[in-house]
Ligand binder design. Structure first.
Ligand code: HEC
Ligand code: HEC
Length: 470
């Protein structure tokens, strides 16, 4: 199964009321349109940008896909939890933020900006007061949100490599950074297993042991040689000595390379998509990074040397198909995975997993429905009846999900299993085709979204996003 996941999560895109439980979700008027601003204004500071409306989203590949296996129950559960704000603490939950908000598709979110917690886009202060006052160190010290691709081979964890085990790190994120409830061992195992499954995207330019293959240009070859060459003033050092090509371009050690402390060597695989660079995200480009090393280690690089090194970094940091475009088909890939998990969880009488699946699927459905605005949205024209039908179909699915949850609460797993059949038919034979057919008139169409945003901004007299951002 090829699965390119989109890190939605309930309310990941819309924020307001998104993370509330299903019961509340249904109690609210379905059409209580959420505000056209990212995040929940009442929870996140004004000007917060979660980049929820991105048209292109990072492509995700799980290891099991390489093996041609189906995603295991545990990994699917971890995937679900990763995308559910309900495993984090109260503030994140109300803001509709999950792990997947920051680690979009297992990669990073280079646009995320929360005033007071970010120094520039793509950074976040994990020791700020907003999510967990107890974690507050009273210093604004944001760090770059890292990609989790290949994280299983990138220990120790955190930019400073302070935690050896991935499982311990994940627990600390949930409980320490986001003041979430202590996760059950099963849940923690599941999230950890999922993170371990997030693989590097394949790079067709790389051969064995991290060497460039025969597609390499002259300049890239020269860059590769420079990368392995000992530094003139300290022959014990070379780029490749720390970024070991045969070992995912890391050495699992922390170094002081003149960036303000001890930081672990980051991987250079898929790094073209990991900007901003360095622990604090201070550099936007490879040129700036190469300048840094040239300056700090007095490498005496010529103009051509710098160019060659940058060209080499681009070649090894590349990936085939780094992005997917957001849309109905894309959203339904995760919906399929989570639906499969739901039916397995019902069969296994796994109440916690059922609740999580119902909650996350409900949030995704609600979010999907919002991509099909109703008549009050004058900026969106055409296919009005179809848009209403798409919304109604999504609502029916959510009601069916709620019945599954109620049957589970009543310990009636047979009724839950029976309702699952209804759910399945509603979502895959009704909602999905309706949404696919109406997609050109939905907010998934960038032109429609732009028209809608322009109109709303006019009505609300909001500044342009660029001005809001910093
Ligand atoms: C608000 C944004 C945000 C959210 C939400 C978030 N993270 Fe992170 N994540 C970060 C930042 C920033 C770092 C770097 C922290 C550091 O270096 O100490 C990080 C680091 C990590 C790392 C270490 C990667 C490495 O190579 O060292 C892992 C693993 C991780 N996060 C997993 C998760 C999981 C699992 C969740 C949900 C339970 C989550 N994150 C939620 C921003 C976030
Ligand atoms: C002594 C070990 C060491 C050497 C030698 C070294 N690096 Fe690094 N490299 C690091 C560390 C540590 C960081 C992270 C610094 C930080 O986070 O502040 C880093 C960061 C980077 C980054 C940014 C990656 C990212 O995702 O942030 C690139 C690109 C890079 N190095 C390339 C190079 C090149 C090219 C050379 C040779 C000119 C080189 N490195 C030499 C340890 C090293």
């Amino acid at each position: 199964m090829t699965r390119s996941a989109k890190r939605f999560s309930q309310g990941w895109r819309r924020g307001v009321g998104a993370a509330v439980g299903l019961s509340l979700l249904l109690a609210m008027p379905w059409d209580a349109a959420s505000f056209p601003i990212d995040g929940d204004q009442t929870v996140l500071p004004a000007g917060s940008e979660l980049n929820e409306d991105a048209v292109y989203v990072p492509h995700e590949i799980l290891r099991s896909e390489y093996r041609g296996d189906r995603i295991s129950y545990m990994v699917a559960l971890g995937d679900l939890a990763f995308n559910s704000p309900s495993i984090l603490g109260d503030v994140a939950r109300r803001a509709g933020m999950s792990c997947g908000t920051c680690h979009v598709g297992g990669a990073n979110n280079a646009k995320l900006f929360i005033p007071g917690l970010s120094s520039h886009p793509g950074t976040f202060d994990t020791t700020g007061a907003l999510f967990n006052p107890k974690a507050d160190n009273h210093v604004l010290d944001p760090v770059r949100i890292p990609s989790l691709r290949g994280a299983r081979v990138l220990a120790p964890y955190g930019h400073d490599g302070r935690i050896a085990s991935l499982r311990d790190f994940v627990r600390n994120v949930i409980v320490g950074e986001f003041a979430g409830p202590e996760p059950s061992p099963a849940l923690l195992d599941a999230v950890t297993a999922y993170v371990q499954e997030i693989d590097f995207l394949p790079n067709p330019r790389l051969g064995a042991r991290g060497r460039l293959n025969d597609t390499a240009t002259e300049a890239e070859r020269r860059g590769e040689l420079l990368f392995a060459k000992p530094f003139p003033h300290d022959p014990t050092l070379s780029c490749a000595g720390c970024h070991r090509p045969a070992g995912a371009f890391v050495d699992h050690l922390q170094h002081d390379i003149g960036s303000g402390g001890l930081y672990k060597t980051p991987t250079l695989l898929n790094a073209n998509f990991n900007a901003p660079y360095f622990h604090d995200g201070r550099y936007e480009s490879y040129d700036q990074v190469v300048d840094h090393f040239d300056r700090v280690y007095a490498l005496g690089l010529s103009e051509q040397d710098r160019g060659d090194l940058v060209t080499y970094l681009r070649a090894i940091g590349d990936a085939r198909q780094p992005y997917d475009s957001d849309g109905v088909v894309f959203r339904f890939k995760d919906i399929e995975t989570f639906s499969l998990l739901l039916t397995q969880a019902i069969a296994a009488h796994d109440r916690a997993a059922i609740d999580l699946a119902v909650d996350t699927l409900g949030g995704e459905l609600r979010d999907l429905a919002e991509q099909f605005p109703d008549h009050r949205d004058a900026a969106v024209t055409g296919a009005l009846v179809e848009r209403r039908m798409a919304r109604a179909a999504a609502k029916d699915v959510v009601i069916s999900l709620r019945r599954i949850a109620m049957a589970t609460t009543a310990d009636d797993f047979d009724a839950a299993a029976a309702e699952y059949k209804t759910f399945y038919a509603l979502i895959f034979t009704k909602a999905m085709p309706l949404m696919r057919g109406t997609e050109p008139w939905s907010l998934f169409n960038p032109a429609v979204r732009t028209a809608r945003d322009v109109q709303r901004r006019g009505l609300l007299r909001l500044p342009e996003p660029a001005q809001v951002q910093r």
